[in-house]
Design a protein around this ligand. Structure first.
Ligand code: NZQ
Ligand code: ZN
Length: 388
């Protein structure tokens, strides 16, 4: 049964080749001081930086640079960003990059006017912001996380060996996001396919939970088929606009709060992947890919009907003359073949995990209860070992 829910997504989205023009419509809504947040320099190489700075200047904005946001942004970097915003009375946080820049901007937005330590408040105690929140705008250059239209903000604390996400509410979600699929053309293949697997897994996390007849599951199947189809084209031809635009839009829909409405969700692959990330700093989508198959094979008997449905609806497995288990396993086999074809990480050893890290990674894995089987620590260890 569809549970009760409210639904509202406040992010204004501009999509397509001319989307950046709409920055001119958005900027007048905010004050003069703009904190320009970006990563390690890809936007300087592909020329996007110059175009954005030009638009900011033409709109009379004062620009405060906040460069060097690393993949898997750290708590130390967050503290730097808070200082830049405080020192310059920033009115708008403009993130240009992938999920890391967008997430980081949201984490800065709830911390600038907060008197408490953000790590303790948001990532250990999971409290909601009670202070003024700075507005965030995103210009997306990588498809994957859905951060452009959600309240998620994942921060890594290397000292504590923890990578934790806080999903904030509507008031923290970007006020606007600009999505031009062409910006993703310059992504290295490794990042492109990691993003593609991230999209696919976001849908899985919301699909593999519950046994009811839910509209969300039908939408999810369509989204998964679209990602698989477009990914195979994009891997062959990264400049296929149709494929890249479908991937970008599917990424947004996979995690913009719609498909989770009214249903339970799992998210254990993300919990396992995040803990692997805290130990290795590996690319987010790759950490998910590397633990997914052992996890799904382990929980399959507890959610057999859904895994059978997944095999038939997403992968076109023919069920004639086969047991439910055989059909379900064929579905996972088809998923495995697709993963190998696009070239994602197939185990955590290739991400740098060694046997002696397993216990620590298991300790850092937050156990959630929405999936088909609530894991205990021994089971987490078993799944991690099977992922080596
Ligand atoms: O830093 P630059 O030089 O820009 O390079 C980046 C970075 O090295 C590069 N890149 C991005 N766009 C590019 C490009 N290189 C060339 N051309 C372009 N157009 O790609 C690298 C990775 O970027 P990053 O932003 O880290 O990737 P992604 O979008 O996958 O974001 C990952 C972060 O988002 C979090 C992850 O945990 C991770 O910290 N997540 C956020 C979620 C959310 N908000 O809901 C959910 C996700 O599950 C995820 O946890
Ligand atoms: Zn993810």
């Amino acid at each position: 049964m569809l549970g009760n829910f409210t639904y509202h997504n406040p992010t204004q989205l501009y999509f397509g080749e001319d989307a950046l023009e709409y920055l001119n419509d958005e900027l007048p809504k905010y004050g003069k001081n703009v904190q320009l947040i970006y990563g390690g320099g890809s936007i300087k190489k592909n020329g996007l930086y110059d175009s954005i700075v030009d638009i900011l200047r033409r709109n009379g904005k004062e620009v405060f640079e906040d460069a060097g946001v690393m993949p898997n942004p750290t708590i130390e970097k967050l503290r730097e960003g808070i200082k830049i915003a405080r020192d310059n009375n920033v009115d708008l946080l403009l993130a240009v990059g992938g999920g890391s820049c967008c997430d980081y901007a949201k984490a800065v937005s709830v911390s600038v006017h907060c008197d408490e330590d953000p790590w303790e408040k948001y990532y250990i105690r999971f409290e909601e912001p009670t202070c003024e929140i700075l507005p965030v705008g995103c210009i997306l250059t990588m498809a994957g996380t859905g951060s452009e239209m959600n309240g998620g903000a994942v921060i890594t604390n290397h000292e504590a060996k923890l990578k934790i996400g806080h999903v904030f509410g509507d008031e923290v979600m970007p006020k606007f996001s600009i999505l031009n699929p062409k910006y993703t053309y310059s992504l290295p293949k490794h990042q492109m396919v990691a993003g593609i697997y991230d999209i696919f897994n976001h849908i899985c996390e919301q699909y593999f939970s519950g046994e009811d007849d839910n509209t969300s599951d039908y939408i999810s199947e369509a989204l998964m088929k679209s990602v698989v189809h477009s990914s195979l084209i994009a891997v062959e031809n990264p400049e296929d606009y149709e494929a890249r635009s479908n991937i970008m839009w599917t990424a947004t829909w996979a995690l913009n709060t719609l498909i989770s409405r009214g249903k339970s969700t799992d998210w254990m692959v993300h919990m396992l992947g995040q803990s692997v990330g805290a130990y290795t700093d590996a690319t987010h989508g790759m950490t998910l890919a590397a633990v997914s198959l052992p996890y799904y094979r382990y929980i399959m008997p507890y959610g057999l009907a859904k895994f059978k449905r997944f095999a038939e609806e997403v992968w076109g497995v023919c069920a004639d003359g086969k047991t439910d288990e055989q059909v379900a396993e064929e579905g996972l086999k088809a998923m495995e073949e697709w993963m190998k074809k696009i070239g994602v990480a197939m185990n955590i050893t290739e991400l740098g995990v060694t046997e002696d890290m397993i216990d620590g990674i298991a300790n850092g894995t937050i156990i959630l209860e929405g999936g088909y089987k609530v894991l205990n620590k021994d089971e987490v260890i078993r799944i991690l070992r099977a992922s080596l």
